[in-house]
Design a protein around this ligand. Structure first.
Ligand SMILES: O=P(O)(O)OC[C@H]1O[C@H](OP(=O)(O)OP(=O)(O)O)[C@H](O)[C@@H]1O
Ligand SMILES: O=C(O)c1cc(=O)[nH]c(=O)[nH]1
Length: 198
């Protein structure tokens, strides 16, 4: 694993973005680990580190627009928009019922290609929802980029529908790094991993 990604994982651990306990996920599944990348906005240096990590993937992809998945993907998408000097759009979780009545914010042209950004992927449902919304608005999508692939079926679900997932790291890679850096015992790691597939 590149040193910059190891450093980012240690930073995420330091700022409390890696939480152990019992959590219910978006998909309804139970998990012994929750990665809360929403706290990045409270640590600008950590957000900058995460932005640099996304760029290691994004710099090689062809696209016209960044498209952020609400809510956790939006501050990350905004940081990337500024850092890469590339335009951003974002679908709303629900369309506005007043004012503009829009379900996507920002400006785009029909036929442009968007790369979809989120913090992480579990089942893949959230990314597919974003992709469906922006495709309905006339955009093309080939790639989605996340910081962490929890390796719980999301990549395969996207692939079935013809989309590529690019991930900076995996949950397993993150846990292995925390073990190597003596932040977590091998037993704790194995318990968490077993709970993901059980
Ligand atoms: O791959 P999935 O099974 O869909 O799960 C991953 C999604 O779940 C989380 O969002 P959440 O639904 O908690 O919304 P939030 O970002 O608004 O907090 C996370 O930010 C991803 O978008
Ligand atoms: O699947 C989810 O809902 C989920 C998992 C996780 O680790 N972190 C998060 O914010 N959401």
């Amino acid at each position: 694993m590149p040193t910059a990604i190891v450093d980012l994982i240690l930073t995420l651990h330091d700022i409390g973005a890696v939480q152990f306990g019992r959590f219910r996920l978006h998909s309804g599944r139970e998990s012994r680990i929750y990665i809360d990348l929403r706290v990045l906005v409270s640590y600008p240096a950590a957000l900058r580190q995460a932005t640099a990590a996304y760029r290691t993937v994004l710099d090689d992809l062809p696209f016209d627009l960044l498209a952020a998945t609400p809510l956790a993907g939006l501050p990350i998408g905004t940081a990337l928009c500024l850092d890469m000097d590339r335009p951003l759009i974002y679908p709303r979780k629900t369309a506005k019922s007043y004012g503009t009545g829009k379900n996507i914010e920002g400006r785009w042209s029909i036929g442009q290609t968007a790369v979809v950004i989120d913090d992480l992927i579990t089942s893949g449902d959230s990314l597919l929802e974003t992709i469906a919304t922006i495709k309905a608005a006339g955009l093309k999508v080939h790639d989605a980029v996340v910081l962490i692939d929890r390796e719980q079926g999301g990549r395969e679900l996207l692939a079935e529908q013809g989309y590529r997932l690019q991930a900076v790291t995996t949950l397993r890679g993150m846990l292995d790094t925390l073990v190597e850096q003596a932040r977590l015992s091998p037993r704790q790691r194995d318990e968490v991993l077993a709970s993901l597939t059980g």
